[in-house]
Design a binder for this molecule. Structure first.
Ligand code: AHR
Length: 327
């Protein structure tokens, strides 16, 4: 399968749409419904669990703006998979032209995706993936979660691999693609090293969740019993920092932390020495998602997968870019 690389924030070009569309509502010959060339899009967001999610929602709202020719129906499901599926069903009933989903979890999508297909409404996935057949959606744009986990794990292996190291993991939402894939990537990178995973639990990708799980780990093992935290996102790492400090430890020194996202607060903690390494997960996917929607509605062929390019940061690297980063 072709991998198209998303090299930055792509600009949406002009909105002159020419070919016939395949939207669910009556077609105006420009890929949109009969409401003056405006493309009605339902977007089912996961919720508002993290700084990453806020940046992603903002990017999507900017790209699917009225100025860009869209009528966006936005839903954030508060990380409830059933509520998210209900939102997609409501988009189908409203007869939107296209549906964009950031799926909370990978499983459970077959029925509603088949319903969208029967209604002739194309579905674009952004950010997370599903376990359903890829016949049931037109395209996906997002980040390579397995590679992010591998990069974080490789840093851990290079830094601690020869020394006996007690690791705890703050997992993302159970059943979500980033939680599954980051765990797989990280575990494969530390295999054969002296890093021992002593505990792993979900903190739901939230700061509060990360703090509570870390408090539990600290009660169980003590500050001296934990050497390294792998947090599946920055927000949980920030929660862990609060828990370590409350337990009398020094985050980044007594207990090292590696996390994923590279949102502003995480990068600030890295610069401050409280986090030791961060792998980026680019949330600015809106323009690419909007381009995919237009192309699909115009019956143009699109790549099934489009990957964002992610970097990683040490403390020095973070200090150089912190002020210039857009999120
Ligand atoms: O799916 C991307 C993940 O979801 C981000 O890493 C996390 O912060 C968010 O909640």
């Amino acid at each position: 399968m072709l991998k198209k690389v998303l090299t930055g924030v792509a600009m949406l070009g002009s909105l002159a749409l020419v070919a016939t569309g395949c939207g669910g509502s009556s077609d105006s010959g420009d890929g949109s419904s009969d409401s003056g060339g405006v493309i009605k899009v339902g977007f089912a967001q996961t919720g508002s669990e993290s700084g990453w999610r806020s940046a992603n929602t903002e990017s999507m709202k900017e790209a699917f703006s009225k100025e860009n020719g869209f009528d966006l129906v936005f839903n954030a499901a508060d990380n409830d998979p059933a509520a998210q599926i209900a939102a997609v069903r409501s988009f189908i009933n409203q007869g939107v032209d296209a549906i964009v989903i950031a799926p909370i979890v990978e499983d459970g999508w077959d029925d509603v995706l088949n319903e969208a297909k029967e209604a002739d409404i194309p579905v674009i996935l952004e950010d997370r993936t599903v376990s359903s057949s890829d016949d049931l959606y037109a395209a996906w744009v997002g980040d390579d979660f397995t590679k992010e986990g591998e990069t974080a794990g490789q840093w851990a292996a290079d830094t601690f691999g020869d020394t006996a190291t007690k690791l705890v993991v703050l997992e993302g939402t159970t059943g979500s693609a980033p939680a599954n894939d980051r765990a797989t990537g990280f575990d494969s990178a530390i295999e054969g090293t002296k890093i021992e995973k002593i505990d792993s639990q979900t903190g739901e990708f939230t700061r509060d969740g990360g703090k509570k799980v870390m408090e539990g780990f600290l009660q169980k093992y003590g500050v001296d019993g934990i050497d390294l935290v792998f947090a599946h996102n920055d927000d949980m790492a920030l929660g862990a920092i609060e828990a370590i400090e409350a337990a009398g430890g020094t985050p980044g020194e007594d207990i090292k932390i590696v996390s994923i996202d590279a949102v502003h607060d995480g990068m600030q903690a890295l610069v401050d020495g409280k986090i030791n390494f961060i792998v980026e997960c680019n949330p600015l996917l809106g323009d690419q998602a909007a381009e995919l929607v237009k192309s699909v509605l115009n019956d143009e062929s699109v790549d099934k997968q489009t990957f964002a390019v992610d970097q990683s940061f040490t403390q020095d690297q973070a200090a150089k870019v912190l002020d210039s980063r857009p999120y």
